[in-house]
Design a protein around this ligand. Structure first.
Ligand SMILES: NC(=O)c1ccc[n+]([C@@H]2O[C@H](COP(=O)([O-])OP(=O)(O)OC[C@H]3O[C@@H](n4cnc5c(N)ncnc54)[C@H](OP(=O)(O)O)[C@@H]3O)[C@@H](O)[C@H]2O)c1
Length: 326
């Protein structure tokens, strides 16, 4: 089968489309014929090792331990291992398989998958898992979101941000989206109540305060975020540069106050229950995936380059339509 392979850390130039052996599912695994995948900053970090922690936390110190990229997928179950209980051949599924999603076939434990929302295409479903789980768990678990709260999403126009705006609205929050001028209409169309153009206004300096701030990336200092929180407000960081991540790891709990403001971050977990909850939101039309661009598997390097520029409008999808036809 065809798959995207890389053998050294580097720019998207180091990836190659190769013929590799089709995987076989282990007892607890499902073999999926992949119809679409989506690109995440996660893939970028594993490709480039731009965040040094990737090397320390199992990515491989000098060269990649996993030579395959692609976490988010949607496709059809082709075969199942002996202990798989929830899926059978022919089921349409979506989920986060960790590595190896930029390929014709991929294997994953059944716990990383859910049935594809009936109203979504494979491309739309592939855009969902990692970004939506990060937004949901950041807002609900770390951010303790409640109806009526004032919630600000910084980086509201990318993968995590477009889901965060819609999921915060589904919890009944009053949502402020922060994005660049070209994305103001998009933010409005996904339901933001208020929109701030970050090229014109710095929300950490305008005197407004929020019960919950979710930042897709750092963008501002921790003390600036803290200033923009209500007295019991919560700041949740999803990602950022190595320096921002170290700062958050070292300073966030120290800057948090007992019974007062809380500073922290989210580390998304692949949780089948949460995937099911997101499926319900999608089927109810409360959350709609925003897809910026689509690339065929053979142009995955282009897709990664575009993601690396840091200004995707929603999600970038890899399609396997052409390959599946042959
Ligand atoms: N913790 C976890 O478990 C987890 C899971 C998934 C992702 N992440 C992290 O979350 C981060 C975001 O991921 P993503 O998929 O949303 O990335 P993305 O799709 O590349 O989105 C980044 C967005 O940031 C916006 N942006 C750029 N500069 C900005 C600024 N100065 N102020 C406000 N917004 C700005 C861009 O919008 P404009 O074009 O409008 O500027 C862009 O849409 C990444 O660092 C990723 O590693 C973490």
């Amino acid at each position: 089968m065809k798959a995207i392979v890389y053998e050294k850390y580097g720019s998207p130039d180091v990836i190659q489309l190769k013929d590799v052996e089709k995987p076989a599912p282990k007892d607890n695994e499902v073999l999926i014929k992949i119809h679409a995948a989506s690109v995440n900053a996660y893939d970028w970090h594993f490709l480039t090792a731009d965040i040094f922690l990737i090397r320390l936390m199992g990515g491989g110190l000098l060269k990649p331990k996993y030579t395959r990229l692609g976490a988010d997928v949607a496709g059809r179950v082709e075969a199942v291992g002996g202990n798989v209980k929830q899926f059978q051949p022919g089921d349409e599924v979506f989920g986060d398989i960790g590595h190896g999603g930029f390929a014709e076939y991929g294997c994953a434990p059944e716990s990383r998958l859910a049935l594809k929302p009936a109203n979504l295409s494979f491309e739309e479903a592939a855009a969902v898992p990692m970004a939506a789980l990060t937004a949901l768990q950041g807002l609900r678990d770390e951010g303790q979101i409640h109806p009526g709260q004032k919630v600000l999403i910084n980086g509201a126009s990318g993968g995590v941000g477009t889901f965060a705006v819609q999921i915060a609205k589904s919890f009944g929050a009053e949502v402020t989206a922060v994005c660049s001028p070209r994305n103001l209409d998009q933010a409005r169309s996904i339901g933001a109540d208020h929109i701030i153009d970050y090229t014109k206004e710095n929300f950490t300096q305008n005197g407004q305060q929020y019960d919950l701030i979710l930042a897709a990336n750092g963008y501002h200092s921790l003390s600036a975020y803290k200033r923009a929180l209500t007295p019991k407000g919560i700041y949740v960081m999803a990602g950022g540069s190595t320096a921002q991540i170290f700062q958050a790891m070292l300073l966030a709990s120290w800057m948090s106050e007992t019974g007062g403001k809380k500073m922290g971050g989210v580390s998304a977990k692949i949780d089948q229950k949460d995937l099911g909850l997101i499926k319900e939101l999608l089927e109810a039309g409360k959350v709609v995936p925003v897809i910026d661009r689509r690339y065929p598997l053979s142009e995955t390097a282009e897709a990664l380059r575009y993601l690396g520029e840091g200004h995707a409008r929603g999600k970038i999808v890899i399609t396997l339509e052409d390959i599946n036809k042959t």
